[in-house]
Design a protein around this ligand. Structure first.
Ligand code: KG4
Ligand code: ZN
Length: 348
């Protein structure tokens, strides 16, 4: 089966071709065009994102279509959650191609796609009987899920952030420090430099590790603590900026990992799929490795280029959905909100 994936939920226009054969996925092409325009705003400007998707869609499609378009069997498109105009650009393109080819078009939950991309290297028959936990850590979302089964795909939401998303907090702290956008990779790099240059034997975190009740995540308190600290230290030389990056990243990631640990223990599930832009973070990867050793877990994290938004993940998720629910009507709507979109599948 050849799948065309389309991704336009936020500020990446991405189109991919993925082959699913003998129970395995293979990437045929993957084109991701990021919109640099948002860096001057320190965050994504929704109207500009929509206009850029319009502009980029045809060139990205032409580049991704490395085979005869008639060979495509299904089309998967991120239909929720995301920016309304941005979603519309991708879904309109997907429906048009599907209608011309007379093929099914599958509305994909962008967040589920972030963790399902981990199956890129797996033979699907080997994973079908397992339950998984899914963790999405991106610029707009921080959420956990129980994946009860893969085919038929059955996913329920466990928890979300009560306020800011983890990636959003990286972006906001980077903005406070005038470091550029997106903030995550820059803070990650500054923190790595700080670690190399500093003796951390007597390390004590400056910022509190958030700890809301139950399985929820929370980042606005940490962000405010960093803001206050910056205001109290007006003259910020480069070494101080690196120190703030290290300490902020430490508390942000420790919070994530502590919650992931609690969810694993309480749900009694040792197979975990991580996804989303923040999964590229080097400190998180080290911490998850320690967690994996401690409990003998299976923790899958995508390669860095498949952590941030891409259409390969959308194509992969659409295969699970199509194999589970083959009679999906092609006339679905788009949904900025995740819960509304999940009603398409009678899931919550
Ligand atoms: O998944 P994604 O591409 O877009 C959304 O769906 O939101 O995630 C983008 C987010 C941004 O907030 C960015 O700062 C963050 O992922 N990010 C990172 C790293 N690389 C990207 N955060 C921390 N460390 C990184 N290395
Ligand atoms: Zn995303």
């Amino acid at each position: 089966m050849i799948v065309l994936g389309i991704e336009t939920t936020c500020d990446e226009t991405s189109i991919s071709l993925v082959k699913f054969e003998n129970q395995k996925f293979e990437i045929i092409s993957n084109v991701v065009l990021s919109q640099d325009i948002h860096s001057i705003f320190g965050g994504v400007f929704p109207e500009k994102a929509f206009r850029k998707h319009q502009e980029n869609m045809v060139p990205v499609l032409k580049k991704a279509l490395v085979i005869d378009i008639q060979e495509i069997d299904i089309i998967g498109v991120s239909a929720y959650p995301g920016l309304l105009g941005a979603l519309a650009a991708g879904v309109a393109t997907a429906k048009t191609i599907a209608s011309l080819l007379d093929k099914p078009v599958i509305p994909v939950n962008h967040l589920w796609a972030h963790f399902l991309v981990n199956f890129i290297d797996k033979e699907i028959t080997e994973v079908l009987n397992k339950k998984y936990l899914g963790i999405v850590i991106s610029g707009g979302h921080t959420s956990s899920y129980l994946i009860e089964s893969l085919i038929p795909l059955k996913i329920t939401s466990i928890s979300r952030t009560l306020d800011d998303a983890v990636g959003e907090s990286f972006d906001k702290v980077a903005r406070m420090l005038n470091l550029g956008f997106p903030g995550g990779p820059i803070i990650d790099k500054m923190a790595q430099e700080y670690k190399k240059e500093t003796n951390l034997n007597d390390f004590k975190p400056i910022f509190p590790i958030p700890n809301p009740s139950d399985y929820s995540f929370s980042y606005s308190g940490l962000k405010t603590a960093v803001k206050r600290y910056i205001e109290q230290n007006k003259e910020l030389e480069n070494s101080k900026i690196k120190e703030i990056c290290y300490h902020f990243q430490y508390s942000a990631i420790k919070h994530l990992v502590q919650k992931i640990e609690k969810i694993i223990i309480d749900f009694g599930i040792g197979n975990v799929l991580i996804g989303g832009g923040v999964a590229a973070n080097s400190f998180l990867r080290d911490e998850l490795n320690d967690l994996k050793q401690k409990y003998n877990l299976e923790i899958l994290i995508p390669p860095v280029n498949l952590c941030t938004d891409n259409a390969v993940m959308v194509a992969i998720a659409s295969v699970f959905l199509y194999l589970s629910y083959p009679n999906i009507p092609n006339d679905f709507d788009i949904f900025p909100n995740e819960d509304e979109g999940n009603r398409l599948w009678n899931m919550s």
